[in-house]
Design a protein around this ligand. Structure first.
Ligand code: URA
Length: 323
């Protein structure tokens, strides 16, 4: 397949993953265009089969908007808000100072905005899991350290056997702002800590941009052990791990959960809707407000998603600030 052909296919898959089904050329739908390009019927967008994990492996958008974005970013003065941090991580300069939250995105973040960003008012509740507080079967675990110890001894699935370390999560045990990612990656597995790789650096900066230090919040994952080679978590692994997350949430009693990426959002909300449709809204997870947004790894690859992600984390912060 030619490079142009491949890039067009990647672009269409990206649009589909973002929840778009319409295509402006000759009334072709995204599905039809993909069929023409690949000669086969594409798999449903909500069940990606690729490795590494789909939420972290999102095809880059076409070069023109990417490079235009980069040019704009470079033109913007250094310092200001977390979008500077995003740009710096993109450029491999992870030491850009963190910043203060800005209410409105600067011009550098405006160009790639999607026309199909969900339009429901911020705070609208569209999806609710569980009528009230979740009851974890692990109520004898009285604090987060006990949960971590139980995770360390867990053999409920096969992941512990292949992992180097368990990664229960870390942060302030009194945090009311909880970040939930997908599963530990290689660096997290090596260190036994969540979000410590490049996307972790970006997460730290995003949190700082909405006024949190990393150690103010609690950061964890749906899965507490790394799936080998970052493969997709299996349903039985999710089921096996769920009580730990539920117990952590019971103990923390967060005001808001920020779910990072397709997998975390879809797993917590028990839906196969694409992240592009889940983001931008306030959901409920066992009564706890939940905001879903793009995974930091996806933001590193797709400048187009920085602006909506910024809107999402601001929404999460507003919910946190609610009396
Ligand atoms: N990605 C995740 O979802 N979680 C981590 O801890 C690291 C990367």
């Amino acid at each position: 397949m030619s490079e142009a052909h491949d890039r067009l296919r990647q672009y269409l898959e990206q649009r589909r993953e973002m929840g778009e089904s319409e295509f402006v050329l000759d009334n072709l739908s995204v599905e039809d265009a993909l069929k023409v390009l690949t000669g086969r019927t594409p798999a449903p967008h909500a069940a990606p089969m690729r490795q590494p994990r789909p939420s972290q492996d999102i095809p880059r958008p076409p070069a023109p908007s990417d490079s235009a974005m980069r040019r704009t970013a470079e033109a913007a003065a250094a310092g200001g808000d977390w979008r500077d941090a995003l740009r710096a991580v993109d450029a491999g300069e992870s030491d850009t100072p963190a910043a203060t939250p800005a209410a409105t995105p600067p011009p550098a973040m405006q160009a790639p905005a999607r026309s199909t960003t969900p339009t429901a008012p911020a705070g609208a509740k569209i999806f609710e899991i569980g009528a009230g507080a979740a009851r974890s079967p692990l109520s004898d675990l009285v604090d987060l350290q006990s949960v971590a110890a139980a995770i360390a001894n867990c053999t409920a699935c096969t992941l512990a056997a292949s992992a180097t370390n368990h990664v229960p999560g870390e942060g302030n045990p009194n945090a009311r702002f909880v970040v939930v990612g997908e599963a530990p990656g290689q660096t997290e597995d090596e260190l036994g800590r969540p979000f410590v790789g490049k996307s972790g650096d970006l997460l730290t900066k995003i949190l700082e941009a909405i006024g949190f230090k990393r150690e103010d919040v609690f950061i964890c994952n749906v899965l507490k052990h790394r799936p080998p080679a970052n493969r997709n978590p299996a349903p039985e692994e999710i089921v096996a791990c769920r009580p730990f997350l539920l117990r952590q949430l019971e103990l923390l009693d967060p005001k808001v959960i920020l779910a990072l990426g397709t997998f975390a959002a879809q797993t917590l909300l028990e839906t196969d809707s694409p992240i592009g449709k889940l983001r931008g809204l306030e959901h409920r997870y066992h009564g706890i407000p939940l905001v879903a947004t793009y995974h930091p790894a996806a933001l590193l690859r797709n400048p187009n998603w920085k602006r909506p992600a910024w809107e999402d984390v601001q929404l999460a912060r507003r919910i946190f600030d609610r009396p």
